[in-house]
Design a binder for this molecule. Structure first.
Ligand SMILES: *Cc1c(COP(=O)(O)O)cnc(C)c1O
Length: 424
Protein backbone atom coordinates (compact mmCIF):
# COMPACT_ATOMS: atom_id res chain seq x y z
CA UNK A 1 0.00 0.00 0.00
CA UNK A 2 1.24 3.51 -0.82
CA UNK A 3 2.20 5.56 2.22
CA UNK A 4 -0.72 7.46 3.73
CA UNK A 5 -1.04 10.47 5.99
CA UNK A 6 -1.80 9.58 9.67
CA UNK A 7 -5.48 10.52 9.31
CA UNK A 8 -5.84 7.69 6.79
CA UNK A 9 -5.83 5.21 9.71
CA UNK A 10 -8.02 4.41 12.69
CA UNK A 11 -6.08 2.65 15.45
CA UNK A 12 -3.54 1.54 12.86
CA UNK A 13 -6.16 0.16 10.49
CA UNK A 14 -6.38 1.83 7.08
CA UNK A 15 -9.81 3.45 6.60
CA UNK A 16 -11.79 2.81 3.42
CA UNK A 17 -11.38 5.49 0.75
CA UNK A 18 -15.08 6.50 0.84
CA UNK A 19 -14.73 7.29 4.55
CA UNK A 20 -11.88 9.69 3.86
CA UNK A 21 -13.27 11.60 0.90
CA UNK A 22 -14.71 14.36 3.11
CA UNK A 23 -11.57 15.05 5.17
CA UNK A 24 -8.33 13.48 3.98
CA UNK A 25 -5.44 15.88 3.43
CA UNK A 26 -7.36 18.97 4.63
CA UNK A 27 -6.73 20.81 7.92
CA UNK A 28 -9.70 23.06 8.84
CA UNK A 29 -7.51 25.05 11.26
CA UNK A 30 -5.52 26.39 8.30
CA UNK A 31 -8.74 27.78 6.75
CA UNK A 32 -10.60 29.56 9.61
CA UNK A 33 -12.16 26.25 10.67
CA UNK A 34 -14.14 25.86 7.43
CA UNK A 35 -15.49 22.31 7.18
CA UNK A 36 -15.13 22.38 3.41
CA UNK A 37 -11.86 23.21 1.76
CA UNK A 38 -12.27 26.74 0.32
CA UNK A 39 -11.37 27.61 -3.27
CA UNK A 40 -7.85 29.02 -3.15
CA UNK A 41 -8.40 31.39 -6.05
CA UNK A 42 -4.88 32.75 -6.12
CA UNK A 43 -2.09 32.58 -8.68
CA UNK A 44 0.81 33.00 -6.27
CA UNK A 45 1.77 32.37 -2.62
CA UNK A 46 3.75 34.51 -0.16
CA UNK A 47 7.06 33.08 1.13
CA UNK A 48 7.85 33.66 4.82
CA UNK A 49 11.48 34.43 3.99
CA UNK A 50 13.71 34.58 0.93
CA UNK A 51 15.46 31.44 2.20
CA UNK A 52 12.16 29.59 2.20
CA UNK A 53 11.43 30.72 -1.38
CA UNK A 54 14.86 29.48 -2.44
CA UNK A 55 14.40 26.05 -0.87
CA UNK A 56 10.87 25.61 -2.36
CA UNK A 57 12.27 26.30 -5.82
CA UNK A 58 15.17 23.88 -5.28
CA UNK A 59 12.64 21.14 -4.58
CA UNK A 60 10.24 22.16 -7.37
CA UNK A 61 12.95 21.91 -10.01
CA UNK A 62 14.62 18.84 -8.49
CA UNK A 63 17.87 20.72 -7.81
CA UNK A 64 18.35 18.73 -4.58
CA UNK A 65 16.64 15.94 -2.67
CA UNK A 66 13.86 16.60 -0.15
CA UNK A 67 15.04 16.25 3.46
CA UNK A 68 12.98 13.75 5.49
CA UNK A 69 11.55 16.44 7.81
CA UNK A 70 10.93 18.90 5.02
CA UNK A 71 7.55 19.72 3.44
CA UNK A 72 7.23 21.19 -0.01
CA UNK A 73 5.63 24.64 0.18
CA UNK A 74 3.29 26.52 -2.12
CA UNK A 75 4.87 28.67 -4.83
CA UNK A 76 2.63 29.45 -7.80
CA UNK A 77 -0.61 27.82 -8.99
CA UNK A 78 0.94 26.39 -12.17
CA UNK A 79 3.15 24.25 -9.88
CA UNK A 80 0.73 23.55 -7.04
CA UNK A 81 -2.36 24.87 -5.28
CA UNK A 82 -4.10 23.57 -2.11
CA UNK A 83 -7.27 22.57 -4.01
CA UNK A 84 -5.22 20.36 -6.34
CA UNK A 85 -2.90 19.03 -3.65
CA UNK A 86 -5.73 17.92 -1.36
CA UNK A 87 -7.69 16.48 -4.28
CA UNK A 88 -4.58 14.58 -5.43
CA UNK A 89 -4.07 13.15 -1.93
CA UNK A 90 -7.65 11.85 -2.01
CA UNK A 91 -7.33 10.44 -5.51
CA UNK A 92 -4.30 8.35 -4.51
CA UNK A 93 -6.48 6.48 -1.99
CA UNK A 94 -8.81 4.83 -4.52
CA UNK A 95 -6.02 3.54 -6.75
CA UNK A 96 -3.57 3.03 -3.88
CA UNK A 97 -1.02 5.14 -5.73
CA UNK A 98 1.94 7.03 -4.30
CA UNK A 99 1.21 10.24 -6.19
CA UNK A 100 -1.35 11.93 -8.43
CA UNK A 101 -1.48 14.92 -10.77
CA UNK A 102 -4.63 16.74 -11.90
CA UNK A 103 -4.93 18.26 -15.36
CA UNK A 104 -7.17 20.68 -17.24
CA UNK A 105 -8.72 17.77 -19.18
CA UNK A 106 -8.38 14.03 -19.77
CA UNK A 107 -6.58 14.84 -23.02
CA UNK A 108 -4.17 17.13 -21.12
CA UNK A 109 -3.42 14.23 -18.75
CA UNK A 110 -2.88 11.76 -21.60
CA UNK A 111 -0.82 14.05 -23.86
CA UNK A 112 1.34 15.43 -21.04
CA UNK A 113 1.99 11.93 -19.67
CA UNK A 114 2.92 10.48 -23.08
CA UNK A 115 5.22 13.42 -23.82
CA UNK A 116 6.89 12.97 -20.42
CA UNK A 117 8.31 9.63 -21.52
CA UNK A 118 8.31 9.38 -25.34
CA UNK A 119 11.11 10.82 -27.48
CA UNK A 120 11.73 10.81 -31.26
CA UNK A 121 12.46 7.27 -32.44
CA UNK A 122 10.51 5.65 -29.57
CA UNK A 123 7.63 3.26 -30.14
CA UNK A 124 4.26 3.41 -28.39
CA UNK A 125 2.13 0.26 -28.47
CA UNK A 126 -1.57 0.84 -27.84
CA UNK A 127 -4.85 -1.04 -27.65
CA UNK A 128 -7.66 -0.36 -30.13
CA UNK A 129 -10.19 1.14 -30.12
CA UNK A 130 -9.43 4.14 -27.94
CA UNK A 131 -11.29 7.36 -27.22
CA UNK A 132 -11.52 9.51 -30.39
CA UNK A 133 -9.29 12.31 -29.07
CA UNK A 134 -6.64 9.81 -27.98
CA UNK A 135 -6.86 8.12 -31.39
CA UNK A 136 -6.14 11.49 -33.04
CA UNK A 137 -3.21 12.18 -30.71
CA UNK A 138 -1.69 8.76 -31.44
CA UNK A 139 -2.23 8.68 -35.18
CA UNK A 140 -1.88 12.31 -36.23
CA UNK A 141 0.10 14.21 -33.58
CA UNK A 142 2.74 11.86 -32.13
CA UNK A 143 4.01 10.76 -35.59
CA UNK A 144 4.85 14.43 -36.27
CA UNK A 145 7.33 14.11 -33.40
CA UNK A 146 8.78 10.94 -34.97
CA UNK A 147 7.14 8.72 -32.37
CA UNK A 148 6.08 5.42 -33.98
CA UNK A 149 2.68 4.15 -32.92
CA UNK A 150 1.58 0.52 -33.24
CA UNK A 151 -1.95 -0.63 -32.41
CA UNK A 152 -3.32 -4.01 -31.29
CA UNK A 153 -6.92 -5.22 -31.00
CA UNK A 154 -8.21 -4.95 -27.41
CA UNK A 155 -8.90 -8.68 -27.04
CA UNK A 156 -5.61 -9.87 -28.63
CA UNK A 157 -2.94 -11.59 -26.50
CA UNK A 158 0.48 -9.85 -26.12
CA UNK A 159 2.11 -12.54 -28.31
CA UNK A 160 0.31 -11.08 -31.34
CA UNK A 161 1.56 -7.59 -30.56
CA UNK A 162 5.07 -9.00 -30.10
CA UNK A 163 4.98 -10.68 -33.51
CA UNK A 164 3.85 -7.46 -35.10
CA UNK A 165 6.62 -5.45 -33.41
CA UNK A 166 9.18 -8.03 -34.59
CA UNK A 167 7.87 -7.92 -38.16
CA UNK A 168 8.25 -4.15 -38.14
CA UNK A 169 11.72 -4.43 -36.55
CA UNK A 170 10.62 -2.16 -33.70
CA UNK A 171 10.97 -4.44 -30.66
CA UNK A 172 14.02 -2.63 -29.29
CA UNK A 173 12.40 0.78 -29.59
CA UNK A 174 9.32 0.01 -27.50
CA UNK A 175 9.08 2.63 -24.73
CA UNK A 176 5.50 2.64 -23.63
CA UNK A 177 2.24 0.68 -23.77
CA UNK A 178 -1.06 2.57 -23.58
CA UNK A 179 -4.12 0.51 -22.74
CA UNK A 180 -7.72 1.68 -22.70
CA UNK A 181 -9.86 -0.90 -20.94
CA UNK A 182 -12.79 -1.27 -21.19
CA UNK A 183 -12.42 0.35 -24.60
CA UNK A 184 -14.60 3.29 -25.53
CA UNK A 185 -17.17 2.59 -27.03
CA UNK A 186 -17.13 -1.22 -27.44
CA UNK A 187 -16.45 -2.23 -23.80
CA UNK A 188 -13.73 -4.62 -25.12
CA UNK A 189 -11.32 -5.56 -22.31
CA UNK A 190 -7.51 -5.61 -22.40
CA UNK A 191 -5.69 -7.97 -20.03
CA UNK A 192 -3.64 -5.45 -17.99
CA UNK A 193 -1.54 -8.05 -16.14
CA UNK A 194 -0.60 -9.83 -19.38
CA UNK A 195 0.54 -6.60 -21.05
CA UNK A 196 2.36 -5.37 -17.93
CA UNK A 197 4.28 -8.69 -17.81
CA UNK A 198 4.98 -8.36 -21.54
CA UNK A 199 6.36 -4.83 -20.96
CA UNK A 200 8.68 -6.12 -18.25
CA UNK A 201 9.87 -9.06 -20.32
CA UNK A 202 10.49 -7.01 -23.45
CA UNK A 203 11.92 -4.01 -21.63
CA UNK A 204 14.74 -5.85 -19.86
CA UNK A 205 17.10 -3.16 -18.55
CA UNK A 206 15.35 -0.43 -20.47
CA UNK A 207 12.03 0.15 -18.77
CA UNK A 208 8.83 -0.07 -20.78
CA UNK A 209 6.06 1.90 -19.04
CA UNK A 210 2.51 0.57 -19.04
CA UNK A 211 -0.21 3.22 -18.74
CA UNK A 212 -3.94 2.45 -18.47
CA UNK A 213 -6.82 4.79 -19.30
CA UNK A 214 -9.20 3.75 -16.51
CA UNK A 215 -11.99 6.23 -17.30
CA UNK A 216 -14.77 3.67 -17.87
CA UNK A 217 -14.54 1.57 -14.70
CA UNK A 218 -12.24 3.43 -12.37
CA UNK A 219 -11.50 4.13 -9.76
CA UNK A 220 -14.23 1.94 -8.20
CA UNK A 221 -14.41 -1.17 -10.34
CA UNK A 222 -10.88 -1.51 -11.70
CA UNK A 223 -7.49 -0.59 -10.20
CA UNK A 224 -4.78 -1.07 -12.84
CA UNK A 225 -1.80 -0.56 -10.49
CA UNK A 226 -2.81 -3.77 -8.69
CA UNK A 227 -2.43 -5.64 -11.98
CA UNK A 228 1.08 -4.37 -12.69
CA UNK A 229 0.41 -1.13 -14.58
CA UNK A 230 2.82 1.76 -13.90
CA UNK A 231 0.46 4.67 -14.54
CA UNK A 232 -3.31 5.22 -14.41
CA UNK A 233 -5.01 7.90 -16.50
CA UNK A 234 -8.49 9.38 -16.21
CA UNK A 235 -10.77 11.74 -17.92
CA UNK A 236 -12.06 13.12 -14.60
CA UNK A 237 -14.72 14.83 -16.70
CA UNK A 238 -16.56 11.50 -16.57
CA UNK A 239 -17.26 9.45 -13.39
CA UNK A 240 -14.84 11.28 -11.08
CA UNK A 241 -16.46 14.65 -11.88
CA UNK A 242 -19.78 12.92 -12.32
CA UNK A 243 -22.06 15.95 -12.74
CA UNK A 244 -21.25 16.98 -16.34
CA UNK A 245 -20.09 20.39 -15.10
CA UNK A 246 -16.30 20.17 -15.23
CA UNK A 247 -13.54 19.13 -17.67
CA UNK A 248 -10.50 17.58 -15.98
CA UNK A 249 -7.96 14.76 -16.11
CA UNK A 250 -5.78 12.76 -13.72
CA UNK A 251 -2.58 10.71 -13.84
CA UNK A 252 -1.49 8.46 -10.94
CA UNK A 253 1.57 6.32 -10.25
CA UNK A 254 4.79 5.99 -8.27
CA UNK A 255 6.60 9.04 -6.87
CA UNK A 256 9.42 8.38 -9.30
CA UNK A 257 7.29 8.47 -12.45
CA UNK A 258 4.93 11.17 -11.21
CA UNK A 259 7.86 13.53 -10.51
CA UNK A 260 8.57 13.43 -14.25
CA UNK A 261 4.91 13.85 -15.16
CA UNK A 262 4.51 16.79 -12.78
CA UNK A 263 7.59 18.54 -14.13
CA UNK A 264 6.18 18.20 -17.65
CA UNK A 265 2.80 19.49 -16.39
CA UNK A 266 4.50 22.54 -14.87
CA UNK A 267 6.33 23.34 -18.09
CA UNK A 268 3.48 22.59 -20.50
CA UNK A 269 1.07 24.40 -18.17
CA UNK A 270 -1.60 21.69 -18.44
CA UNK A 271 -2.63 21.66 -14.76
CA UNK A 272 -6.22 22.24 -13.63
CA UNK A 273 -7.29 25.45 -11.88
CA UNK A 274 -8.42 25.72 -8.23
CA UNK A 275 -12.12 25.84 -9.17
CA UNK A 276 -11.75 22.48 -10.92
CA UNK A 277 -9.92 21.04 -7.91
CA UNK A 278 -12.74 22.18 -5.65
CA UNK A 279 -15.47 20.76 -7.92
CA UNK A 280 -13.72 17.40 -8.08
CA UNK A 281 -13.39 17.26 -4.28
CA UNK A 282 -17.14 17.91 -4.09
CA UNK A 283 -17.61 15.05 -6.55
CA UNK A 284 -15.34 12.54 -4.79
CA UNK A 285 -17.57 12.65 -1.72
CA UNK A 286 -20.35 10.85 -3.62
CA UNK A 287 -18.24 8.88 -6.11
CA UNK A 288 -18.93 5.46 -4.62
CA UNK A 289 -22.64 6.19 -4.15
CA UNK A 290 -23.03 7.40 -7.70
CA UNK A 291 -21.03 4.66 -9.37
CA UNK A 292 -22.82 1.98 -7.35
CA UNK A 293 -26.27 3.35 -8.26
CA UNK A 294 -25.31 3.78 -11.93
CA UNK A 295 -24.05 0.21 -12.13
CA UNK A 296 -27.16 -1.19 -10.46
CA UNK A 297 -29.40 0.63 -12.93
CA UNK A 298 -27.18 -0.35 -15.88
CA UNK A 299 -27.70 -4.02 -14.99
CA UNK A 300 -31.48 -3.53 -15.26
CA UNK A 301 -31.20 -1.61 -18.53
CA UNK A 302 -28.84 -4.23 -20.02
CA UNK A 303 -31.21 -7.03 -19.01
CA UNK A 304 -34.04 -5.22 -20.82
CA UNK A 305 -31.94 -4.59 -23.95
CA UNK A 306 -30.79 -8.22 -24.10
CA UNK A 307 -34.43 -9.27 -24.58
CA UNK A 308 -35.63 -6.60 -26.99
CA UNK A 309 -36.15 -7.86 -30.58
CA UNK A 310 -34.77 -4.63 -32.14
CA UNK A 311 -31.39 -5.15 -30.43
CA UNK A 312 -28.93 -7.06 -32.62
CA UNK A 313 -25.96 -7.17 -30.22
CA UNK A 314 -25.31 -6.00 -26.68
CA UNK A 315 -21.92 -4.99 -25.27
CA UNK A 316 -22.18 -4.86 -21.48
CA UNK A 317 -19.58 -6.33 -19.15
CA UNK A 318 -22.28 -7.72 -16.89
CA UNK A 319 -23.53 -9.87 -19.79
CA UNK A 320 -20.24 -11.68 -20.55
CA UNK A 321 -20.60 -15.46 -20.38
CA UNK A 322 -18.24 -18.04 -18.81
CA UNK A 323 -16.02 -19.61 -21.45
CA UNK A 324 -15.56 -16.29 -23.26
CA UNK A 325 -11.91 -15.12 -22.92
CA UNK A 326 -13.23 -11.62 -22.15
CA UNK A 327 -15.18 -13.09 -19.25
CA UNK A 328 -11.95 -14.52 -17.80
CA UNK A 329 -10.26 -11.11 -18.01
CA UNK A 330 -13.30 -9.48 -16.44
CA UNK A 331 -13.23 -11.92 -13.52
CA UNK A 332 -9.54 -11.29 -12.84
CA UNK A 333 -9.44 -7.57 -13.40
CA UNK A 334 -12.76 -5.89 -12.62
CA UNK A 335 -14.90 -5.85 -9.48
CA UNK A 336 -18.05 -4.70 -11.30
CA UNK A 337 -19.39 -4.11 -14.84
CA UNK A 338 -19.92 -0.35 -14.43
CA UNK A 339 -22.52 1.90 -16.02
CA UNK A 340 -21.56 1.99 -19.72
CA UNK A 341 -23.63 0.02 -22.24
CA UNK A 342 -23.24 -0.18 -26.01
CA UNK A 343 -25.62 -1.99 -28.30
CA UNK A 344 -26.34 -2.38 -31.98
CA UNK A 345 -29.87 -2.04 -33.31
CA UNK A 346 -31.15 -4.17 -36.18
CA UNK A 347 -30.40 -2.11 -39.30
CA UNK A 348 -27.87 0.70 -39.62
CA UNK A 349 -27.40 4.41 -39.08
CA UNK A 350 -30.99 5.25 -40.04
CA UNK A 351 -32.44 2.93 -37.37
CA UNK A 352 -29.90 4.05 -34.75
CA UNK A 353 -30.74 7.71 -35.44
CA UNK A 354 -34.45 6.93 -35.23
CA UNK A 355 -33.95 5.60 -31.71
CA UNK A 356 -31.66 8.44 -30.65
CA UNK A 357 -34.09 11.09 -31.93
CA UNK A 358 -36.98 9.45 -30.10
CA UNK A 359 -35.39 9.25 -26.64
CA UNK A 360 -36.84 11.72 -24.14
CA UNK A 361 -35.26 11.04 -20.75
CA UNK A 362 -31.86 10.10 -22.15
CA UNK A 363 -30.13 13.23 -23.43
CA UNK A 364 -28.59 12.99 -26.89
CA UNK A 365 -25.05 14.05 -25.98
CA UNK A 366 -21.48 12.79 -25.90
CA UNK A 367 -19.51 12.41 -22.65
CA UNK A 368 -20.39 9.92 -19.92
CA UNK A 369 -20.32 9.14 -16.23
CA UNK A 370 -22.59 12.01 -15.15
CA UNK A 371 -25.72 11.86 -13.02
CA UNK A 372 -27.95 12.16 -16.11
CA UNK A 373 -28.24 9.36 -18.66
CA UNK A 374 -26.78 10.09 -22.08
CA UNK A 375 -27.04 8.41 -25.48
CA UNK A 376 -24.83 8.97 -28.51
CA UNK A 377 -23.80 7.50 -31.88
CA UNK A 378 -20.07 6.62 -31.73
CA UNK A 379 -19.52 6.16 -35.49
CA UNK A 380 -20.60 9.73 -36.35
CA UNK A 381 -19.86 11.47 -33.04
CA UNK A 382 -17.14 10.47 -30.51
CA UNK A 383 -15.32 8.28 -33.04
CA UNK A 384 -16.06 10.26 -36.22
CA UNK A 385 -12.35 11.00 -36.72
CA UNK A 386 -11.31 7.31 -36.72
CA UNK A 387 -10.46 5.90 -40.17
CA UNK A 388 -13.77 4.39 -41.48
CA UNK A 389 -12.27 1.00 -42.35
CA UNK A 390 -10.47 0.71 -39.01
CA UNK A 391 -13.66 1.81 -37.29
CA UNK A 392 -15.54 -1.19 -38.67
CA UNK A 393 -12.64 -3.53 -37.78
CA UNK A 394 -12.83 -2.26 -34.21
CA UNK A 395 -16.52 -3.09 -34.11
CA UNK A 396 -17.83 0.48 -34.13
CA UNK A 397 -20.68 -0.07 -36.59
CA UNK A 398 -23.26 2.44 -37.92
CA UNK A 399 -25.90 0.58 -35.89
CA UNK A 400 -24.14 1.15 -32.56
CA UNK A 401 -25.56 3.32 -29.79
CA UNK A 402 -23.61 4.06 -26.61
CA UNK A 403 -25.44 4.69 -23.35
CA UNK A 404 -24.10 6.22 -20.17
CA UNK A 405 -26.44 5.34 -17.34
CA UNK A 406 -27.15 8.04 -14.76
CA UNK A 407 -28.94 7.99 -11.41
CA UNK A 408 -32.54 8.17 -12.67
CA UNK A 409 -35.14 5.53 -11.85
CA UNK A 410 -34.39 2.37 -13.88
CA UNK A 411 -38.04 1.85 -14.86
CA UNK A 412 -38.21 5.32 -16.38
CA UNK A 413 -35.05 4.76 -18.38
CA UNK A 414 -36.28 1.38 -19.62
CA UNK A 415 -39.65 2.81 -20.67
CA UNK A 416 -37.88 5.59 -22.56
CA UNK A 417 -35.76 3.02 -24.43
CA UNK A 418 -38.73 0.74 -25.02
CA UNK A 419 -40.83 3.48 -26.65
CA UNK A 420 -37.93 4.35 -28.97
CA UNK A 421 -36.90 0.77 -29.81
CA UNK A 422 -40.47 -0.38 -30.47
CA UNK A 423 -40.54 2.00 -33.46
CA UNK A 424 -37.99 -0.01 -35.46
C1 LIG B 1 -13.54 11.49 -22.47
C2 LIG B 1 -12.41 10.57 -22.51
C3 LIG B 1 -11.09 11.05 -22.66
C4 LIG B 1 -10.77 12.51 -22.84
O1 LIG B 1 -11.07 13.26 -21.71
P1 LIG B 1 -11.44 14.82 -21.73
O2 LIG B 1 -11.68 15.13 -20.30
O3 LIG B 1 -12.64 15.00 -22.60
O4 LIG B 1 -10.25 15.55 -22.30
C5 LIG B 1 -10.07 10.12 -22.63
N1 LIG B 1 -10.32 8.80 -22.50
C6 LIG B 1 -11.56 8.32 -22.37
C7 LIG B 1 -11.77 6.84 -22.22
C8 LIG B 1 -12.65 9.18 -22.38
O5 LIG B 1 -13.89 8.69 -22.28
Amino acid sequence: MAERKPEGYLEGRPLHPESLMMSYGYKPALSQGAVKCPIFQTSTFVFKTAEEGKSFFELAYGLRRQRPDEEMGLIYSRLNNPDLEILEDRLTLWDDAEAAATFASGMAAISTTLLSFLRPGDVLLHSEPVYGGTDFLLKHVLPQFEIRVVGFAAGAPPEEAETRLRQLGLTDRLKMILIETPANPTNALVDIAAYAAFAQRLGGDQRVITAVDNTFLGPLWQQPLKHGADLVLYSATKYIGGHSDVIAGVCLGSNELMTQVKLMRTIMGTMAGPQTGWLLMRSLETLKLRMTAQMKTARHVAAFLSEHPAVERLHYLGCLKPGDSQYEVFQRQCSGPGGMISFEVKGGEREAFRVLNELKLFHLAVSLGGTESLAEHPATMTHADVDPEERIEMGITPAMIRLSIGVENPEDLIDDLKLALDLI
